[in-house]
Write a protein of this length. Structure first.
Length: 161
């Protein structure tokens, strides 16, 4: 099931997000980015943090849906756009459709809100995420590539709704 995160789950989502990103990036997360990944409470205030849980409410994954450019988590400026950030799936739940369900929940939300597209950024290191996004219809948008800090190169993707 995919649903909004509960405050009691903030720490578990933070731990999972930092762990997955750290592993994918070879442990090279800057302290500032590590703190941003771990600050689930702020994300939940400024955006929509969704979680995937199993029948026993065990955390399987999480994603942040950014509903518009006014959010501090927006990496876009178009008023008819939404974004997704910080997709993570627990290692034991990978390749079971969890990431697909999380991204699809964001796409459904964006369509319901009348958004024209969803944007996101990822890295070369996150090969599984890139495959997932491309499978779901996202296309590379090199004009949106960015370098938010030295040594971090983000690849832009768009999904037209």
């Amino acid at each position: 099931m995919v649903r909004p995160v509960r405050p009691s789950e903030h720490q578990a989502v933070a731990d999972l997000t930092v762990s997955v990103y750290s592993e994918a990036m070879g442990g090279s997360l800057s302290p500032a980015y590590r703190a941003r990944l771990a600050d689930v409470a702020s994300r939940a205030r400024e955006a929509v943090v969704l979680v995937a849980v199993d029948r026993d409410e065990r955390l399987l994954g999480s994603i942040t849906y950014v509903p518009g450019p006014a959010s501090g988590y927006a990496e876009f400026s178009a008023p008819d756009e939404a974004g997704v950030r910080m997709l993570v799936v627990a290692p034991e739940a990978q390749r079971q459709g969890v990431g697909t369900r999380l991204v699809q929940a964001c796409a459904d939300r964006a369509r319901a809100e009348g958004r024209a597209r969803i944007s996101l950024h990822t890295t070369e290191a996150l090969t599984g995420a890139r495959r997932l996004y491309e499978h779901l219809g996202f296309r590379r948008a090199p004009e949106r590539d960015r370098t938010p800090e030295p040594g971090v190169y983000l690849l832009g993707y768009l999904l037209e709704l």
